[in-house]
Write a protein that binds this ligand. Structure first.
Ligand code: SAM
Length: 253
């Protein structure tokens, strides 16, 4: 299986690369969403937990989290970060049943993890798994900033992170190949005396229009669905580049 360097040999730098991501805002939004939908139970399934940044904040709010990821490398970091209140499991979001048992009060899949489904059929397998692991009155939420209309073909960008100890420089380029968005990252990292160069870590992302996510949610059984724009309760999908759409489903209307 192809291993994306960001979640394998560069996993220890993941939190530095995404230092500016506002995990607090996202968890705050989701907690409010659960409250508004009268989800009072605290058993949460998190799919694609990465290095455990949402996990840690959910646990701090009193949730008991089962957190799954495909990559052993990010899971090791998450386990060190969240010592209590979470169970970490390795597994593939397209085959949740092999890794996770039972039903949860809420199920989340965050930071565009859902977009690693390249085909409608894989997307459906994943969304069906999310549906099957939520209780009848529970909530499923997933977000993405990669949509068919919003993906920036030909984007070129650079980011730099420097905390005085580690410097991470990252170049990104993107191109659209049919219904797949390809983002290629090149890294130059100076960590103390160590220098790491990593070229062309390619991430392939499925590009769907927002209506497809909603259609698939209905096909697997969700009775009510909603799309919210960019971690606010403003309804509607946000297809502007770098903005997120949060898709929400309930098993019962
Ligand atoms: C952009 S990261 C998001 C991580 C975390 N949710 C966050 O917000 O920092 C995407 C995560 O999805 C995981 N992932 C990719 N494909 C997956 C799959 N098929 N099943 C489970 N996890 C997957 C990656 O290993 C990575 O940790």
């Amino acid at each position: 299986m192809y291993k994306r360097a960001l979640y394998a040999q560069l996993a220890q730098y993941y939190d530095k690369i995404y230092w500016s991501k506002d995990y607090n805002q996202e968890v705050g939004f989701l907690a409010k969403l659960f409250q508004r939908n009268e989800v009072t139970g605290r058993q949460l399934l998190e799919v694609g937990c990465g290095t455990g940044n949402h996990t840690k904040l959910f646990v701090a709010r009193g949730y008991r989290v089962t957190a799954l990821d495909l990559s052993e490398d990010v899971l090791r970091i998450a386990e060190r970060k969240v010592r209590r209140g979470a169970t970490f499991v390795q597994g593939d979001m397209r085959d949740l049943d092999s890794a996770v048992e039972g039903k949860f009060d809420a199920v989340v899949c965050l930071f565009s993890t859902i977009s690693y489904n390249l085909t409608r059929s894989d997307l459906k397998k994943t969304i069906r798994g999310l549906y099957e692991h939520v209780k009848d009155d529970g909530i499923v939420a997933f977000d993405t900033h990669f949509t068919k209309r919003g993906f920036l073909d030909g984007y070129r960008g650079e980011d730099i992170f420097d905390d005085g100890k580690v410097i991470v420089a990252r170049l990104s380029t993107s191109k659209r190949v049919g219904d797949v968005g390809e983002i290629s990252f090149t890294y130059l990292i100076k960590d103390g005396r160590k220098v790491i160069t990593l070229r062309n870590d390619v991430h392939r992302l499925g590009l769907f229009v927002p209506e497809v996510f909603l259609q698939v949610m209905h096909e697997v059984g969700f009775k009510s669905t909603e799309a919210y724009s960019d971690w606010t309760f403003r309804r509607g999908s946000n297809t502007a580049a770098f903005k997120d759409t949060v898709f929400v489903g309930r098993r019962r209307a």
